[in-house]
Design a protein around this ligand. Structure first.
Ligand code: F6R
Length: 264
C-alpha cells in the first residue's frame, strides 16, 4: 500500500490524472475502471484538459464503470452514466464501443446481466487501473458495509448514508433509487492497480479504518489491504485521522528513490 498525502483536492486530482495519463502513454489500449462522484470531478477535468492541450489520446482506451442506480437512464441527472457523459465521455476521444457501464434500465434478469458484465471485463483482459472513491461508510463502488469481500457484480441495496449523500440530483431522499448494480469487491480486487482517492474530513474516519483498521466487511474498503498494488491519494482532511503519516511519507520517499517507476 502506498499513501500519497497531498495538500488539497486540486493536488489529488492532478496527481491522479498524471498517473492515468502516464499509464495511457505506456499502454494506449489501457483498460480503465471508472468511478463517479464529487471526488472524481477534478480528475476528469484534468484528463479532459490533458486531452485538449497535450493531445492525450483515449482512442484505444477501454473503460468499465463501477456502478449505476437501478431504474434510471442516461438522461436522468442523477444517473452515473449522465455524470460520466457530462464530465468525461463527451469531452474526450473515447470510441463509443469501448465504453462499458452497467445499465440502470434493465428490468429483471439481473443475475444474467451482471454475469455478462463480469464476462465483458474478463474478455477485455481485465482492468489495468481502477479508480475508486470511498463512501463515508467505507463503501467502494456501491459495495455497502457487510458486502461479501469476495462479491462479484450484482444488485445491491443502498444504505442510508449513501442515499443521504446522493439525494440532491434526485430531488428528495425518497426519490433516490433503493438499489444499484455494482461491480463486486472480488471483482475490484482482480484489477491490476487500484487508485483510491479521498478528499475532505468527512472521509477521514473511513480512510483511517480502510488503511489502519482490521479487514472487515463492515468497512468494505479495508478489503484493499489484500491487494498488492493500491495507492491511496488523500488530501489533508481525508488523511487527518491516520496515525502513521510520517511512516507513509517515508515509504513514498523511498519508493521515489528506489522504484520510481511504481509512481509514474
Ligand atoms: C461512484 C462510487 C462511489 C463513490 C463514493 C464517493 O461510482 O463508486 O463509491 O466513489 O460514494 O463519492 P463522492 O466522491 O461523491 O464522495
Amino acid at each position: 500500500m502506498l499513501a500519497v498525502l497531498k495538500r488539497n483536492a486540486e493536488d489529488v486530482s492532478l496527481h491522479t490524472a498524471k498517473l492515468i495519463a502516464g499509464a495511457i502513454r505506456r499502454k494506449p489500449a489501457l483498460r480503465l475502471g471508472m468511478a463517479t462522484g464529487n471526488t472524481m470531478v477534478g480528475v476528469y477535468r484534468e484528463l479532459v484538459q490533458m486531452h485538449r492541450e497535450e493531445g492525450l489520446d483515449f482512442s484505444r482506451v477501454v473503460t468499465f464503470n463501477l456502478d449505476e442506480y437501478l431504474g434510471v437512464d442516461a438522461n436522468h441527472p442523477g444517473s452515473l452514466r449522465h455524470f460520466m457523459d457530462e464530465h468525461f465521455f463527451t469531452k474526450v476521444n473515447l470510441a463509443p464501443a469501448n465504453i462499458h457501464a452497467p445499465d440502470g434500465t434493465i428490468r429483471g434478469g439481473y443475475e444474467e446481466y451482471c454475469a455478462g458484465y463480469e464476462k465483458a471485463i474478463r474478455e477485455a483482459g481485465g482492468i489495468d487501473v481502477q479508480l475508486l472513491g470511498i463512501g463515508r461508510n467505507g463503501h467502494i463502488g456501491f459495495n455497502e458495509p457487510t458486502s461479501s469481500l469476495g462479491s462479484r457484480t450484482r444488485l445491491k441495496v443502498l444504505g442510508d448514508e449513501t442515499i443521504a449523500d446522493n439525494y440532491k440530483l434526485f430531488g428528495t431522499i425518497g426519490d433516490v433509487p433503493k438499489c444499484a448494480i455494482t461491480v463486486g469487491i472480488g471483482t475490484i480486487l482482480e484489477c491490476k492497480r487500484i487508485l483510491l482517492l479521498a478528499t475532505g474530513d468527512a472521509k477521514a474516519d473511513a480512510v483511517m479504518k480502510a488503511i489502519e483498521g482490521p479487514v472487515t466487511s463492515a468497512v468494505p474498503a479495508s478489503a484493499l489491504q489484500h491487494h498488492p498494488d493500491v495507492t491511496f491519494i488523500l488530501d489533508e482532511g481525508a488523511a487527518a485521522r491516520l496515525s502513521q503519516k510520517e511512516y507513509y511519507r517515508r515509504v513514498l520517499e523511498m519508493t521515489e528513490r528506489l522504484t520510481p517507476e511504481r509512481l509514474s
